[in-house]
Design a protein around this ligand. Structure first.
Ligand code: LLP
Length: 431
């Protein structure tokens, strides 16, 4: 049997009358309207997770800046903007998305190690709330940009606390060998320099040690090092008013047991007790990760010599996580199997011409038939945003569900649109 509610954290995605639904909408209804593959997100789940995060810090000055990179669809950002969310962005493109979705510049934190002068100018011109600076070079570039604009910009210095986040190595960011942040040892000098630069208003410290953290320990070590630095700076007369603790809280994909938001908040409340600072958080995956599925259709079954392949119409160009991080995403049939079934090891693969294009290998799954719909779960974060048109495949459409309604919030591009961005070199044109 497959449990009616697939994920304990996401009651919005469940079987009803034998069919997998996002809120009140069966996935087959969306498939009929939008074709496959498509992402479907539950607006209710996104809102619930945001509210839960905000409630955990009630009564504590805390700013929630949704990390737009996790899912930057305008409708998703606008859903959160309506609840008062700020945004954490890492490029001018994301900055523009946040603005277009209704988050004003003064609720936007601009992170990232390689912001260009043009991007910094854009942020300054749009009243950015805070720029998280990651190097001396950037500090100097920002000072020049601010001076030219005749403005003073609020800055936090992102530090690298040299902590093992105990997550996949490609998404761990807080070890000294990682490119992120300024080492704790160098931070005081950078602060002294920042204090002397025109156009820079030093406001805080920022830290983000990685993504999909499933234990509190690494957060505690990182935050305590940041707080120690905060105190040391205060003793040297540099008084800060903000601490940005980044994102990174993990979610359950398979059988992980990440801390609850109340446990996370409890630890932070305890650690910051008596500190007169505004806190900021940049959660991405926590808000949207379990709120979305990738729906795909089975094309063919193929029995190899050692493997049973289920070939589906979604591929690594739509959802890269399994290929890039060996990430696990639960896979279920959209129509619940009737009665008991015998799960057999199957390998779910896409049409892309790479062996790495697989969503699951030798995983015990119920029987699938060609033509039937399948759902790949927990695909709301780092799914559509990381898609590409590799193999000249139009990336999956995106759909937002609210109650019994749904809307296509990003269409699958047409082939004409895919080809239209290329130009024939003049010496080839007309041949
Ligand atoms: N703040 C900063 C500075 C970040 O670099 C990130 C994520 C976040 C916040 C949000 O982290 P979250 O709360 O979502 O863990 N593509 C990878 C994840 C990359 C995360 C990059 N930075 C994946 O699919 O697992």
């Amino acid at each position: 049997m497959i449990a009616p509610i697939l994920h304990p954290d996401t009651p919005e995605i469940a079987y009803r009358n034998g069919e997998l639904c996002v809120e009140d909408v069966p996935l087959s209804r969306i498939a009929a309207a939008a074709g496959t593959p498509f992402y479907a997100y539950s607006a209710g789940a996104i809102e619930r997770r945001y509210r839960h995060f905000a409630a955990a810090f009630a009564g504590r000055a805390a700013r929630l800046c949704y990390s737009v990179k996790a899912n930057s669809n305008l409708s998703v950002i606008a859903t959160l903007a309506a609840l008062g969310a700020g945004a954490d962005v890492v490029s001018e493109g994301e900055f523009r998305r946040a603005l277009a979705a209704g988050i004003p510049g003064n609720r936007i934190v601009f992170s990232g190690i390689g912001k260009s002068a043009a991007e910094l100018e854009f942020a300054v011109a749009h009243d950015v709330f805070q720029i998280n600076v990651e190097s001396r070079g950037e500090l100097e570039a920002l000072s020049a940009v601010a001076r030219r604009a005749g403005r003073t910009v609020a800055v936090a210095i992102r530090v690298n606390p040299d902590v093992d986040a105990r997550t996949h190595h490609k998404i761990a960011t807080g070890k000294k060998e990682n490119k992120f942040g300024i080492d704790l040892a160098h931070a005081p000098d950078v602060f002294a320099e920042a204090a002397s630069l025109p156009g820079i208003a030093l406001k805080g410290l920022a830290v983000h040690i990685g993504s999909q953290l499933t234990a509190l320990g690494p957060f505690e070590i990182a935050f305590s090092r940041v707080i120690e630095l905060f105190r040391a700076l205060a003793a040297r007369g540099i008084r800060l008013e903000r601490l940005d603790f980044g994102g990174g809280i993990g979610i359950r994909y398979r059988d992980e047991t990440p801390p609850t938001i109340d446990e996370y908040a409890g630890v932070i409340r305890q650690m910051t007790r008596g500190l007169d600072v505004e806190l900021a958080f940049e959660p991405g995956r926590y808000i949207v990760g379990n709120a979305g599925v990738l729906a795909t259709r089975v094309l063919y079954l193929k029995d190899g010599v050692t493997r049973h392949f289920v070939i589906v119409d979604a591929a690594m160009n739509d959802l890269l996580r399994p290929t890039l991080y060996d990430a696990w995403h639960d896979i279920v049939p959209v129509r619940a199997p009737e009665g008991a079934f015998h799960a057999t090891p199957q390998s779910v693969v896409g049409p892309v011409c790479e062996t790495g294009d697989a969503f699951a290998l030798d995983r015990p799954l119920p029987p699938f038939r060609p033509g039937e719909l399948m759902a790949i779960l927990s695909a709301g974060a780092y799914g559509a945003v990381m898609s590409s048109s590799y193999n000249t495949r139009p990336p999956a459409a995106e759909v937002l569900v609210r109650g019994g309604d749904f809307a296509v919030i990003r269409e699958r591009p047409s082939y004409d649109e895919l080809l239209a961005r290329d130009r024939m070199a003049p010496w080839l044109a007309g041949r």
